[in-house]
Design a protein. Sequence first.
Length: 143
Amino acid sequence: MQTISLPQHAYVPGQNERHPASAFDAIIETAVQGDSPEQLANSDAFKAGIKFLESGFYWEANEVLEPVWMYLPIDCEERRFVQGLIQLADGFLKVEMGRTGSVMRNVNKARGLVPNEGSVMNVDVQSVHGWIEVLESKTTYAQ
């Protein structure tokens, strides 16, 4: 496992420079098709996705979480959970872009995908529900 560093800047489409196309390749490659949900939970791609999401790097979180989501078995709790994280990252990114009109869809989708209790992929789901509440408050405030 490599040390996961934060990118030099958070990319916000239309506001600043996009990262080079290969910027996250080394992290993304740690998510391997055929790996078990437990292996994917321990991949740098998943860990970076959580770290990026916690740190306000929403576009970057989406980039590294997407392959994890793609490689999880269809119709498993872990896949739904990662999809919920991706919805959160997308919602927060829309807020950063000033496009709050559709963010409540992200909030509602994330709520429907993240279980109400326990832990999924070594993440306490209560912390994720806290992020969902923060995102919802940003949309309520913006309206």
